[in-house]
Design a protein around this ligand. Structure first.
Ligand code: GLN
Length: 203
């Protein structure tokens, strides 16, 4: 673990990391957080959100999660908290929900629309539907680490305040940050490395 991140994690021992638990692989995020001792809590209702300091939106199906956010009364409250500076991290479907623009949003899917970036859903097509690769994210870890892509989006047209954290060799943007907002197109919770979870805790 990078030293600065380790100190951030221990400094924030008192914080509770929320994981949106409406649909998708929220359990894997909760397990990853538990692996390095970060207090965590599943978020299903607005009162759960009140009890957490930061929030992860997991991978899953962004259209379904968007509809459930409305149904469970969480769309407005999450948007408000994120605008006030709560660290928010979306993985895969979560990243799609955070983007202000969805390139192929034909169904008018509900979304949090927070980050000045475009998400292109299912950008790897059928053949490359799911794959694992080594990714280098210097901000996060000194060494490349394995990441899993599952029917993943890519990020495009970053606004001027968006930092690109990682791209694939062909230039596709797969991780970006805008202040308190972190979006990754892959699933760090499905690999052994907790580097990005630790990075998120340092925000
Ligand atoms: N393809 C899904 C969507 O568009 C995202 C897949 C994932 O989260 N692994 O919502």
């Amino acid at each position: 673990m990078i030293k600065s991140i380790r100190s951030a994690v221990s400094k924030h021992k008192a914080m509770t990391v929320g994981v949106l638990a409406l649909q998708g692989d929220f359990q894997e995020h909760l397990d990853a957080l538990r692996r390095f001792g970060a207090p965590s809590r599943a978020v299903r209702l607005p009162e759960d959100l009140d009890a957490v300091d930061r929030l992860i939106i997991p991978g899953g199906e962004s259209t379904t999660i968007g509809k459930l956010l409305l149904l469970y009364g969480l769309m407005g409250p999450i948007r408000e908290r994120a605008k006030k500076g709560m660290p928010l991290w979306g993985t895969c479907a979560g990243a799609i929900l955070m983007a202000k623009r969805i390139a192929n949003n034909t169904s008018g899917q509900p979304s949090l629309s927070l980050m000045d970036i475009t998400a292109r859903r299912n950008a790897f097509g059928r053949q490359l539907d799911s794959f694992e690769t080594q990714l280098s994210i210097p901000m996060v870890s000194k060494r490349p680490f394995p990441v899993v892509f599952i029917r993943a989006p890519v990020l495009e047209d970053p606004g001027k305040n968006v930092d690109i954290l990682a791209s694939l060799p062909d230039g596709k943007i797969v991780a970006a940050r805008e202040g308190n907002l972190l979006a990754t197109c892959f699933h760090p919770e499905l690999s052994a490395s907790t580097a990005i979870h630790e990075y998120f805790l340092s925000l």
